[in-house]
Design a protein around this ligand. Structure first.
Ligand code: GRF
Length: 204
């Protein structure tokens, strides 16, 4: 049976698309995106899901009085879809502690900087503003902090002389689209072990 991936996305969904494509072309073998859940009703990620014949669910924060119940509904939607793995792909909210706990060890995030540098919003711009010569992206397991979980994969890019934030972001995004499917492939093949801060990748 195919492994089922649930994706949480709030925006344009290019990483979602990379994951969908990687499942379809076998880069991620024996897996499929089973559901895309969004907290934004008109997120373009939902259009991508529909175009790929993937189930979607919108869960709006405004429909819940308590943040705890909102997170519960997100988790329920993922569990009802029977997901083996949750991937945050441009999901613009911090997961509640209980949601992190519910999916710990089977929830990944991608961040557009080389963590632990430049966590939080606009990682690319933070790095560019700082004047670094190298930046990149990080795929990591999700823990209770903001972009603090154990690192699975990082891909670096050089910050070219005179490049704009937009150019740097585009360069990083290209790497994101390779790194995320690769991390998912490793996780689903059972080759990853979390050992404290470290993710051990066993030989294939
Ligand atoms: C990406 O840069 C990702 O690293 C960050 O949010 C952005 C989402 O982009 N977490 P997209 O929606 O996947 O195109």
């Amino acid at each position: 049976m195919k492994k089922r991936i649930g994706v949480l996305a709030s925006g344009r969904g290019t990483n979602l698309q990379a994951i969908i494509d990687a499942c379809k072309d076998g880069t991620i073998p024996d897996a499929e995106v089973a559901i895309v859940v969004s907290d934004v009703a008109d997120a373009y990620a939902l259009e991508r899901a529909k175009a790929g014949g993937i189930a979607t669910k919108v869960v709006l924060r405004g429909d819940f009085e308590k943040v705890k119940d909102f997170n519960m509904a997100i988790g329920d939607a993922l569990e009802e879809a029977g997901v083996d793995l949750v991937c945050l792909a441009g999901y613009m909210r911090i997961l509640s502690k209980s949601l992190v706990k519910r999916f710990y060890g089977r929830c990944l995030n991608i961040h557009p900087a080389l963590l632990p540098s430049f966590p939080g919003l606009d990682g690319q711009k933070q790095a560019w503003d700082y004047g670094v010569k190298v930046s990149g992206c990080t795929v990591h397991y999700v823990d209770e902090g903001c972009d603090t979980g154990p690192v699975i994969i990082q891909r670096a890019v050089t910050v070219d002389e005179g490049c704009t934030v937009k150019e740097l972001s585009a360069k990083i995004l290209k790497e994101e689209h390779k790194a995320y499917p690769e991390a998912i492939r490793l996780h689903l093949s059972g080759r990853l072990t979390i050992a404290g801060r470290r993710v051990i990748i066993s030989p294939g």
